[in-house]
Design a protein around this ligand. Structure first.
Ligand code: UD1
Length: 370
C-alpha cells in the first residue's frame, strides 16, 4: 500500500463572493509550487454569477464541479455535503481551504472535519451577532471546527477569543480580497466600462442589494425602492440586479417602481466591470459584506443598508456608514456625500496586497511540513 502522505491542498469555491478570495491564493500556491485542486460546488451557476469570475480573474477550470444548484438551506447544504464527501474520500487531501461565509463554506468544512482532514478558514472570526443572517451561522460553525483561522481585522481576534478558540490556531493575516483588488486595479481602471453606460465619472451612485433581510419580503423591498427613488431624484444610479432580488421584484410586482429614467438596471456584472464602476462612482449603496471592504480600501463613500456589520473596521477606519433602511439617515449622509463633506477613510492594517503570501507561508510551514 502507498503510505506516502498526500500533500495536496483542496480549495473550495461555491458562490460569487468566494471567487475573488481564492484567485490570489491560487496564484501564490502556484508560485510556491504547492499542488492544489479546486472544487466548485455549483452553489452559484449562472454565467454572470460564476464563470465570468473565472474568466475575469484568470482562474483555472475547477478540477471538480459538484453542480448542486439552488434550494432551501437544508437542501443546498446537504447536497453540497453529499457530493463533496464523495470527492474528498477519493482525494484525501492534506488540507481543505474554505473562504467566507456561504453555505458551501460550512458544508465542506463539516465534511472534511469528520474525515479528519485539516481545515483552513480564510476570513474567520467576523461576526454580525445577528443569527437571523444565515452567514452568521455559517461563520460560527466553520470557526468552531477549523484548524487554521485566517483573520482579516482585529475585531475577529476578539470574537474568536470570546468563543474559546485556541489562539495558536488564529493568524491575523489581513484581507485576501484586497490582494485581488490591488492585482486587478489597473486593468479595471483602463477598462472604462462606465463610459459604455454613458455614465460620467464621479456623477453616479452604484447600487447592490440582495440580502434576504432587504429583499425577501414585500415591505422591506418596498422600503429599499423608496430609498432608491429618493436618491435617483438627486443623482443617476446604476443597479446590477442579483438573481434573488430580481426574483422577488417580480414576485411582489415591484419591477415597475424601478422604471425610472435616472436608474440603469443591468444583469449582475463581471469583476472588472463592477470594479470599474466602483472606482468611478460618487458613492455606493449596498448590503453586501465584501463591497463594504472594497469601497473602504478605495476610499469611496459607502452607505450600507443594514443595522449591523461583521466588518466593523470599515465603519471605524473605512468609508462605511450603516444606515439600516432608514430614509432620514440616507438623506443626511447622501447630502454629506454630494457636498463632499462625508468622512474620509484611513489605511487599514494589513490590507496591503500581501495576505495570500502570509497565508501560504503559514500553510507551508505549519501544515505541509508535517
Ligand atoms: C449567497 C450567500 C450570500 C452571498 C451571496 C452573494 C449563503 C447562505 N448566501 O446568497 O452570503 O452574499 O450568495 O451572491 O450562502 N440564483 C440564480 N443563479 C445563480 C445563483 C442563484 O438564479 O447562479 C437564484 C436562485 O433562484 C436562488 C437565489 O438566487 O434561489 C439565491 O441563491 P442562493 O445561492 O441561495 O443565495 P444568495 O442569495 O445568492
Amino acid at each position: 500500500m502507498n503510505e506516502i502522505m498526500p500533500k495536496e491542498v483542496i480549495i473550495v469555491g461555491g458562490a460569487r463572493p468566494n471567487f475573488m478570495k481564492i484567485a490570489p491564493l491560487i496564484k501564490e500556491l502556484k508560485n510556491q509550487n504547492i499542488k492544489y485542486k479546486i472544487i466548485h460546488t455549483g452553489q452559484h451557476y449562472d454565467y454572470n454569477m460564476s464563470k465570468i469570475f473565472f474568466d475575469n480573474l484568470g482562474l483555472p477550470k475547477p478540477d471538480f464541479f459538484l453542480n448542486v444548484g439552488s434550494g432551501t438551506h437544508a437542501v443546498q447544504t446537504a447536497n453540497i455535503m453529499i457530493e463533496f464527501e464523495k470527492v474528498i474520500q477519493k482525494e484525501r487531501p492534506k488540507l481543505i481551504i474554505v473562504v467566507g461565509d456561504v453555505n458551501s463554506t460550512v458544508a465542506c468544512a463539516l465534511v472534511a472535519k469528520k474525515l479528519f482532514i485539516n481545515i483552513a478558514h480564510i476570513e474567520a472570526g467576523l461576526r454580525s451577532f445577528d443569527v437571523k443572517m444565515p452567514e452568521e451561522i455559517n461563520r460560527k460553525l466553520t470557526d468552531q471546527i477549523a484548524d487554521y483561522l485566517f483573520v482579516t481585522e482585529r475585531s475577529a481576534l476578539i470574537n474568536l477569543k470570546n468563543e474559546g478558540i485556541d489562539s495558536s490556531k488564529i493568524f491575523f493575516v489581513g484581507n485576501i480580497m484586497i490582494d485581488n483588488l490591488i492585482g486587478n486595479l489597473e486593468k479595471a481602471r483602463v477598462y472604462n466600462y462606465y463610459k459604455e453606460l454613458d455614465l460620467i465619472s464621479g456623477s453616479y451612485g452604484l447600487i447592490t442589494i440582495h440580502r434576504p433581510s432587504n429583499v425577501d419580503n414585500k415591505k422591506d423591498l418596498k422600503k429599499v425602492i423608496e430609498i432608491l427613488n429618493y436618491i435617483q431624484s438627486k443623482i443617476k444610479l446604476i443597479f446590477p440586479i442579483h438573481p434573488r432580488t430580481r426574483k422577488n421584484l417580480k414576485k411582489f410586482n415591484l419591477e415597475i417602481k424601478l422604471n425610472k429614467p435616472n436608474i440603469i438596471l443591468t444583469e449582475p456584472l463581471g469583476y472588472l466591470e463592477f470594479l470599474n464602476l466602483m472606482i468611478n462612482a460618487k458613492f455606493i449603496l449596498t448590503d453586501s459584506g465584501g463591497i463594504q471592504e472594497e469601497a473602504s480600501y478605495l476610499g469611496i463613500p459607502i452607505l450600507t443598508l443594514r443595522k449591523n456589520t461583521e466588518r466593523p473596521i470599515t465603519v471605524e477606519k473605512g468609508t462605511n456608514t450603516l444606515i439600516r433602511n432608514d430614509l432620514n439617515e440616507l438623506k443626511m449622509y447622501l447630502d454629506q456625500i454630494l457636498l463632499n463633506s462625508y468622512k474620509k477613510g484611513q489605511d487599514i492594517e494589513k490590507w496591503d496586497g500581501k495576505t495570500s503570501q502570509r497565508i501560504v507561508k503559514i500553510i507551508k510551514d505549519k501544515v505541509l511540513k508535517n
